[in-house]
Design a binder for this molecule. Structure first.
Ligand SMILES: [Zn+2]
Length: 287
C-alpha cells in the first residue's frame, strides 16, 4: 500500500496536535529507508564444525532462504561503495563476501559440474530457484584460488558472468599492521597484478587479513609499485556489525567498511537478522 509522505511525516513527529493523535501512532512500515544499515556478511569455510570460521552447507542454504524471505537481495562491495545498489523497491541489499578462496567455497567435480556442497554450488542452485537472488557477491581471494589450479581462470569467469566480483586479500595473508610500507606494497601489489592477469579489473576491492590495517593507511587506496600505479576501490573490516549506509556521510567510509560474521555466534548473521526482525536494527530499503 502506498502511504502518502505527509502521513508518514505526521506519524514520525510527536508535535502533531494532541486532538488529532488520541492513541499511540500506528507503526508505519516505510517502504524505503536509504539511511538504514547494510549487511556485509563475511564467510570463510562452508563446512561442518564448531569453528567460528565454519558455516555448514545446510546453514549456508538456510541463511540464503532466511535473507530472501526477509527481502534481502544480493549486491557487490563495489555496488555498495559506489552507492549503486540496484535492488527492487522496498528490498534490502546484502553484500555476501567470502574470504581466503578455500576449496569448499568453489569446487568443480570431475564430471565438470559444480560441487553441490560448495558455497557456489549451494548458492547457484538457490539462484536457479530464485532468479532474483543471483550469485552476486565479492570473493576476496588468496593465490590458492580455490585449490584447483587448472580451473582458476574458468572459475573467475563463471563468477564474473553471474555478476560476482573478485577482490584482493594479499599474497601471504600476513598482518599488515606489523609490516613495513615496502612489504605492504609487495603484498597488495603482487596480488593485484596477478589478479589483473586473470581478468580482474585493476581498481579492485581489497580486504586486509584479520581486519588489520597497515600503519600507513594511504597505501590502501593507491601507491606506485615497480613503476605501476596500484589502486584499490575499497577496504573492508573483519566483523561485528552491519555497515553504514553509503548515504550516511557522517559514518560511511569506502576504506573502512564494517562486516559481520556468517556464523551463529553473538553478532553473527543469526544474531543480526534477529535484531532486524525485532525492529532493533533498521536496514537499508531501496526506493
Ligand atoms: Zn582471510
Amino acid at each position: 500500500m502506498m502511504i502518502p509522505f505527509a502521513l508518514i511525516f505526521s506519524f514520525s513527529h510527536q508535535s502533531a496536535p494532541s486532538h488529532t493523535v488520541k492513541h499511540k501512532a500506528p507503526v508505519v512500515d516505510q517502504k524505503s529507508n536509504l539511511n538504514g544499515r547494510v549487511f556485509i556478511i563475511m564467510y570463510h569455510h562452508i563446512k561442518d564444525g564448531a569453528n567460528p570460521m565454519f558455516r555448514s552447507a545446510a546453514k549456508f542454504r538456510k541463511d540464503l532462504e532466511r535473507m530472501y524471505g526477509m527481502g534481502f537481495r544480493p549486491v557487490t562491495v563495489t555496488d555498495y561503495v559506489n552507492n549503486t545498489m540496484k535492488v527492487p523497491s522496498g528490498k534490502t541489499p546484502v553484500v555476501i563476501t567470502f574470504d581466503d578462496a578455500h576449496d569448499d567455497q568453489f569446487h568443480i567435480l570431475k564430471d565438470g559440474s559444480i560441487d553441490p556442497k560448495s558455497a557456489v554450488g549451494i548458492w547457484k542452485k538457490f539462484a536457479d530457484e530464485h532468479p532474483d537472488f543471483p550469485v552476486v557477491g565479492t570473493w576476496y581471494v588468496l593465490p590458492n584460488l580455490w585449490g584447483q589450479e587448472k580451473l582458476v581462470q574458468k572459475k573467475i569467469e563463471m563468477l564474473q558472468s553471474w555478476g560476482s566480483e573478485i577482490g584482493n586479500h594479499t599474497v601471504h595473508h600476513g598482518d599488515l599492521r606489523k609490516m613495513s610500507d615496502a612489504t605492504v606494497m609487495k603484498e597488495l601489489g603482487d596480488m593485484n597484478l596477478r589478479l589483473q592477469k586473470l581478468g580482474v579489473p585493476a581498481n579492485m576491492p581489497f580486504c586486509p587479513p584479520y581486519g588489520s590495517f597497515p600503519k600507513n593507511k594511504a597505501l590502501l587506496k593507491s601507491f606506485k609499485y615497480n613503476g605501476t600505479t596500484i589502486t584499490h576501490s575499497s577496504a573492508c573490516q573483519a566483523g561485528w556489525c552491519p555497515a553504514y549506509s553509503p548515504n550516511d556521510k557522517k559514518h560511511f567510509s569506502k576504506y573502512f567498511m564494517l562486516r559481520l560474521h556468517g556464523n551463529g555466534r553473538q553478532y553473527g548473521i543469526d544474531w543480526w537478522l534477529n535484531e532486524v526482525q525485532a525492529g532493533r536494527c533498521k536496514v537499508y530499503k531501496a526506493l
